[in-house]
Design a protein around this ligand. Structure first.
Ligand code: HEC
Ligand code: HEC
Length: 272
């Protein structure tokens, strides 16, 4: 190649690839509003972003992989854990993790209920950004494989049958409602709520016990009541309640369909 040809090659090459780069950049920007659902940026989402910055969540956590790697990535956290869990968690993380057991600790940030709702709105918006598959797999707490909660964060399992027990189990492991964010089905593993490994047997014992003061008369009735009205009878345990009220959300009567409650009860009745 002559000097002239080299120069022409350089200018043409730089020009072509420069143009491709600019075109791709413009194309990406053109897609941002759709990929990020910018029409869903409500005032609560914006307020939540401000709380996120004020509290320096990013000093420990990542969103979309950006931030610090001390604590789990929160990009898809609302889908993984559900709003009910997050509300209780952000109010008092020390109820969920112990420093001795988990070694790392999320500080209790004294957030107001309003700030918590705003944060959840923000995180929920982030979770709906079309990240084209990023992050590739859920990053959960302490590398968390908490036994009996396996499916947390997994894509929703479609129950292959119309069997209420199978449907109930699939629903139990899905977010929402996020039952398995708080309940393990492995024996003796209490997450935030008690292990449901022997739910049916325990339920039968609870209705018989002298200090039971709810309305149920049998195990299935007790399980149904536990879901629809957690405060009818609050199980005692280190993380189960605060100020006498159950940490379990009390709005499943509104957010679940009656059929879904039947399926959950059918599934829990098989855990003996
Ligand atoms: C000083 C570091 C630190 C800061 C600041 C911090 N976190 Fe955390 N957070 C942690 C750690 C550590 C964990 C995980 C606990 C574990 O793995 O045992 C955690 C866990 C969480 C979880 C639970 C994840 C799960 O799967 O259960 C959520 C949600 C969360 N943080 C949200 C926030 C939000 C929102 C903020 C800002 C308002 C914040 N964090 C600020 C350290 C921090
Ligand atoms: C935010 C955490 C949380 C979520 C989400 C949650 N629970 Fe609970 N659950 C608890 C806590 C805490 C208790 C113990 C206090 C009480 O009695 O309400 C409990 C108690 C129960 C009990 C009674 C257990 C016993 O030993 O008597 C059942 C049954 C139950 N939950 C089922 C469910 C089902 C089904 C779902 C999903 C629809 C669910 N829970 C979602 C926290 C949660």
């Amino acid at each position: 190649m002559t000097k002239r040809q080299t120069r022409a090659f350089f200018y043409a090459g730089t020009g072509v690839f420069g143009a491709i780069f600019i075109a791709l950049t413009i194309d990406s920007h053109r897609q941002f509003p759709t990929l990020t659902h910018s029409d869903r940026i409500t005032p609560a989402v914006i307020a939540g972003k401000h709380v996120w910055h004020r509290q320096n969540c990013v000093n420990c956590h990542t969103l979309l992989g950006e931030g610090a790697y001390f604590a789990p990535d929160l990009t898809k956290i609302t889908q993984q854990r559900g709003a009910a869990y997050l509300k209780a968690f952000l109010k008092d993380p020390s109820k969920f993790y112990s420093e001795e057991r988990d070694r790392r600790l999320m500080p209790t940030l004294a957030l107001s209920d309003r700030e918590i709702d705003e944060l959840i709105a923000f995180l929920d918006w982030v979770g709906r950004i079309d990240t084209q598959g990023w992050p590739p797999r859920p990053i959960l707490v302490t590398g968390a494989a908490i036994p009996g909660t396996e499916a947390v964060g997994a894509p929703p399992r479609a129950a292959a049958s119309s069997d209420p027990v199978a449907l109930g189990e699939a629903l139990f492991r899905r977010t929402p409602p996020g039952c398995s964010a708080c309940h393990s089905t492995a024996p003796g593993v209490n997450v935030v709520g008690p292990s449901l490994a022997n739910a049916a047997t325990v339920a039968a014992q609870r209705v018989e016990s002298p200090d039971y003061h709810g309305k149920a008369t049998d195990a299935a009735g007790y399980l149904r009541e536990s879901i629809l009205d957690p405060n009818a009878y609050v199980v005692q345990g280190p993380t189960f309640s605060s100020g006498g009220r159950s940490l379990m959300p009390s709005d499943f009567a509104q957010t679940l369909e009656p059929r879904q409650v039947d399926e959950l009860v059918a599934y829990l009745m098989t855990l003996r």
